[in-house]
Design a protein around this ligand. Structure first.
Ligand code: FAD
Length: 419
């Protein structure tokens, strides 16, 4: 078959939810999903896998189990767009045309954007929950003393909180193993603060103090010296925030010239640089920064009105998370249905909602929920369930992360329910 009324690229969180919710509106819709992968992952639990608190196998399900019945699963990779002809090019089964297109490809890891990082991964010198969370856990377990360095890139990443969550879990683990006195946990980030939302930042600053974590803002990783186990950072701070590094500091940090800071490590966890898939970022559908150019409130493409984009691939100025997808899908679905019914895509109500479950230790978590303006906006449904201030650490939030959210994901979100 080479034409669909609605064609969706990607069977991840956004693609499956969109198809499921469209079918609940009208089960006669003719929907195709392009998705080459045989496995669907619940990625948010990879943070817990990296800390030995969740089994990796439980984060995976066969794609066939999440594909809504009633859609055509096209086991193929999209490789290009001809939007003027309502056409998607595929890798090996030719062109597919559509009335409406939903782009939900997620993003890709681009380790090569940091010199030495591909080699560091290959040689097992660096670990990452974004690539292989089981190896992160192995690395944490084997670590006995020295610098445990956690960092993140300057590109947008999915789940912006994940690089620091694993730092907190590791610090908690080292403390429990009696290693605290022999270790320095360092969290180095290109950002200026630990978290953009004030209420959450206050909690996290206390967490950092509790573990004695060395927090390094304005540290942008640019090169990994694999042989000597050193990360080179570009110190990106404005004049008034520049740090001074003393010669014999306890971390062995060195400042070379004005902007090059070198930090030696004994273990390294890094979120690799991330980008939209190449065929998206090099297409006419991308904006100047290489992400899918959609309206921030309706998620309709800015040039081609029969195309929508959501999830990690979309150029939306909010945190790229599954939680954000949960709020984006109903709006995209309503807008696609309006177009199908001959009306305009008039739902412009996405407010940038995203959330980040910041695990702060074993059995502890704070839940950041925010909008485009970084206002703290706890979801009323969750608030009713949890009945306390979710900006503070709480074991009940940990239970939500470990049990509640995976359940919500597999049994509600993946089943086309608007939750
Ligand atoms: P994905 O779910 O990644 O799906 C994209 C799909 O598109 C994939 O199945 C892929 O195979 C397919 N695809 C790619 N290219 C093509 C192509 N050319 N043709 C056809 N199909 C293609 N979110 C939270 O809400 N809370 C968290 O705590 C959280 N923690 C995270 C921790 C980690 C370590 C990671 C990695 C992610 C975390 N996330 C979290 C983020 C969350 O998983 C993503 O934001 C979410 O999955 C985005 O959904 P998506 O559909 O846009 O992309």
């Amino acid at each position: 078959k080479s034409h669909y009324q609605v064609l969706i690229i990607g069977g991840g969180t956004a693609g499956i939810m969109t198809a499921g919710q469209l079918l609940r509106k009208n089960n006669k819709l003719d929907i195709g999903i392009l998705e080459p992968s045989e496995t669907h992952y619940y990625q948010p639990a990879w943070t817990l896998v990296g800390a030995g608190a969740y089994e990796f196998d439980k984060t995976a399900k066969p794609m066939s189990e999440v594909m809504p019945s009633g859609v055509d699963w096209i086991k193929e990779r999209a490789s290009g767009f001809i939007p003027e002809k309502n056409t998607v090019v595929t890798e090996s089964s030719g062109d597919i045309t559509y009335d409406y297109l939903v782009v939900a490809t997620g993003l890709v890891m681009e380790p090569s954007m940091i010199k030495g990082l591909p080699e560091a991964f290959e040689k097992g010198v660096a670990c990452s929950n974004y690539i292989d969370p089981e190896f992160t856990w192995e690395t944490i377990r084997n670590f006995k003393k020295g610098n445990a360095l956690f960092t993140q890139p300057t590109t947008p990443i999915k789940c912006g909180g994940a690089p620091q969550k694993i730092a907190y879990l590791a610090a908690d683990y080292f403390r429990k193993q009696g290693l605290k006195d022999n270790t320095h946990v360092i969290f180095a980030t290109p950002g200026s603060v630990i978290f953009g939302v004030k209420e959450i930042r206050e909690t996290l600053n206390k967490v950092i103090d509790r573990y004695g974590i060395h927090f390094k803002p304005f540290y942008a990783p640019k090169e990994i010296d694999v042989e000597n186990k050193i990360v080179h950072f570009n110190h990106s701070a404005p004049e008034e925030n520049r740090c001074v590094i003393n010669e014999d500091n306890e971390l062995g940090e060195k400042m070379i010239g004005d902007v090059d800071i070198q930090v030696p490590f004994d273990m390294l966890h890094i979120a690799p640089p991330q980008a939209a898939p190449k065929f998206v970022r090099e297409s006419v559908l991308a904006n100047q920064t290489g992400w899918l150019d959609v309206d921030h409130f309706s998620m309709q493409h800015n040039k081609f009105p029969n195309i929508f984009g959501l999830g990690d691939v979309a150029a939306l100025p909010t945190a790229k998370t599954g939680a954000a997808v949960r709020k984006q899908v109903p709006i995209v679905v309503e807008n696609v249905m309006s177009l199908i019914n001959g009306k305009k895509a008039e739902n412009h109500s996405y407010n940038g909602y995203s959330s980040c479950p910041l695990v702060t230790g074993y059995g502890k978590m704070t839940l950041a929920e925010f909008d485009y303006n970084n206002n703290f906006i706890p979801d009323p449904k969750l608030k009713r369930m949890l009945v306390f201030n979710s900006a503070k650490e709480h074991w009940r939030l940990w239970m939500l992360k470990k049990y509640g959210l995976p359940h919500l994901y597999w049994n509600k979100m993946m089943k086309g329910k608007n939750v």
